[in-house]
Design a binder for this molecule. Structure first.
Ligand code: HEC
Length: 119
């Protein structure tokens, strides 16, 4: 009986420790989140095919909108792996939830629809 209790508390302790040292702390800073892609020349190249006026700065604005306004109700979703149609649908749904202006919605779309193509 005593052995069972000791065994159970060892397991419980291991569980608590693993919870505390989980990946949560490593993904705190928005700029290190793998869900977001830092604006780069390859990202700009992709963006310019659809938005000739996009710049590294405008993509950075889009990234900031994504990492600061889209994580209020849930964690950020991975950008890569969602189809263009699905992102367009989500942006339309979520922009009002995040209270984005038309301009912010545009910057976010340019960023997400380009970043989803960066591997
Ligand atoms: C006010 C809260 C709120 C904000 C702000 C918000 N979301 Fe959401 N989001 C939700 C809820 C609730 C769901 C799940 C239900 C749904 O799809 O409506 C969701 C679901 C999603 C999904 C997943 C859909 C799926 O099932 O695969 C994506 C992607 C998403 N949000 C993206 C965004 C983006 C991008 C932004 C920033 C513009 C954003 N969200 C801001 C509440 C929010």
């Amino acid at each position: 009986m005593k052995k069972t209790i000791i065994f159970a508390s060892v397991i419980a302790t291991m569980f608590v420790i693993s919870k505390c040292t989980g990946p949560k702390t490593a993904t705190k800073a928005p700029e290190t989140k793998e869900e977001s892609k830092a604006p780069s020349n390859s990202l700009l190249e992709i963006a310019n095919k659809t938005w000739p006026a996009a710049t590294v700065a405008s993509l950075a604005q889009g990234q900031t909108i994504y990492t600061t306004k889209c994580n209020k109700c849930h964690e950020l979703f991975p950008i890569v792996g969602r189809s263009e149609a699905s992102w367009k649908h989500e942006i339309k749904d979520m922009a009002p939830k995040a209270k984005l202006t038309a301009e912010e919605t545009d910057l976010l779309s340019q960023y997400l629809l380009s970043a989803r193509q960066v591997q």
